[in-house]
Design a protein around this ligand. Structure first.
Ligand code: SF4
Ligand code: SF4
Length: 74
């Protein structure tokens, strides 16, 4: 699942969620400075009013590699 994006130079960054690896611990949501994440049915999800600034803190905190900021390679 790909969520959110913004332009940064020639590279577009995206937030990637992998629900198959997510155990719903909520650590990512607790550390998100924009309160952009929520747990739905035990899996991480980006809130509808997408506030993600692609800072990468969720990626740093997730123990299961289930959420990360990636270059789309545009
Ligand atoms: S990249 Fe930053 S702002 Fe976006 S969901 Fe993760 S912690 Fe929150
Ligand atoms: S920290 Fe990782 S495993 Fe835990 S809820 Fe967030 S994405 Fe899922």
């Amino acid at each position: 699942m790909l969520c959110g994006n913004y332009e940064k130079g020639l590279m577009e960054k995206i937030l990637v969620l992998n629900p198959d690896w997510c155990k719903g611990c909520g650590i990512c949501a607790a550390f998100c400075p924009k309160d952009a994440l929520e747990m739905i049915q035990g899996k991480v999800s980006l809130k509808e009013n997408n506030q993600c600034i692609l800072c990468g803190l969720c990626e740093q905190r997730c123990p299961d590699y289930a959420i990360f900021v990636s270059d789309s390679g545009k």
